[in-house]
Design a protein around this ligand. Structure first.
Ligand code: NAP
Length: 259
């Protein structure tokens, strides 16, 4: 395949779709992974093609070991290589509950989808990438891995502790794989979004509209999937050749401490 090959998990809608479109603008072939919403994934594929890319859709639950293995093998069957993995798929808690009450069921679901899934998908893809590097199958440069975390990696929201713990874990996952894969030239990055307008935040739109108006972060607007997509595209273009394990805050300046 004479294009870079990317897997974007959870690419049917929201941030993942924004990433897929920006990668398509760079000419990538994008594997559009989704959990169940085929119509959204198919629409994303159409947009990817319109943007100059190519792609396929693959339904796979990142929380399932079997599905993760199939995602990798189906990608290799279709394109023969993986140049970029973007761990984006993630869910919010079904119900926001105080950490003094929240149950194990919500915790297990969140950790399985948001942390264990990307952790072992990264492991599987990293081993594939190492083989590619060893065999010289790197026509578009050395492979890279990007994980989409959240300001929740360091911001304590006591009504969704499971989500915060999962995102904090993903931040460490990035450090771990960056350290382990550097000897192979495989670079690993974290993109840390602030509040982004997607289905995930639709239910709390009014709350965030108010917070934005009050200046909860310096750049007073909602983040857009395209904002995250452009950050991932910069990494995909290899614009950071002497960096790995780096965190990119795409949050309107939320992380700044001001006095
Ligand atoms: P979204 O609009 O709810 O879209 C989620 C996407 O992930 C969908 O494509 C969904 O597939 C897919 N997905 C869900 N569970 C999956 C699973 N088990 N296996 C595979 N795919 C799965 O969410 P979003 O706002 O774009 O969020 C994307 C990522 O950014 C998440 O990791 C989220 O935590 C993170 N994030 C979001 C915000 C925000 O403000 N929106 C801020 C910081 C970080 P289907 O379409 O098939 O359901």
């Amino acid at each position: 395949m004479s294009r870079p090959i990317s897997i974007v998990t959870g690419a049917g809608r929201g941030i993942g779709r924004g990433i897929a479109i920006e990668l398509a603008k760079l000419g990538h072939a994008v594997v559009i992974n989704y959990a169940g919403n085929f119509a959204a994934a198919d629409e994303c594929l159409k947009l990817v093609r319109e943007a100059g890319g190519e792609g396929i859709t693959i339904r796979a639950d990142v929380a399932s070991a079997e599905d993760r293995a199939r995602l990798v093998t189906d990608t290799l069957t279709a394109f023969g290589r993986i140049d970029l993995l973007v761990n984006n798929a993630g869910v919010a808690p079904n119900v926001r509950a105080d950490i003094l009450d929240a149950g194990e069921e919500s915790f297990d679901r969140l950790i399985n989808i948001n942390l264990k899934g990307p952790y072992f998908l990264t492991q599987a893809v990293a081993n594939q990438m190492i083989e590619q590097v060893k065999s010289g199958a790197t026509p578009f440069g050395l492979p890279q891995i990007v994980t989409i975390t959240s300001i929740s990696a360091y911001t304590a929201s006591v009504n969704r502790g499971d989500y915060c713990v999962a995102k904090a874990g993903l931040a460490m996952m990035t450090s771990l794989f960056a350290a382990r894969l550097a000897e192979f030239g495989i670079k690993v990055f974290e993109v840390r979004p602030g509040v982004i307008a997607t289905d995930m935040t639709e239910g709390v739109k009014e709350k965030y509209d108010k917070l934005i108006a009050e200046g909860a972060w310096p750049i007073r607007r909602w983040g857009l999937p395209e904002d995250i997509g452009r950050a991932v595209a910069a990494i995909a273009r290899n614009d950071f050749p002497f960096s790995t394990g780096e965190v990119f805050n795409i949050d309107g300046g939320f992380h700044l401490r001001t006095l």
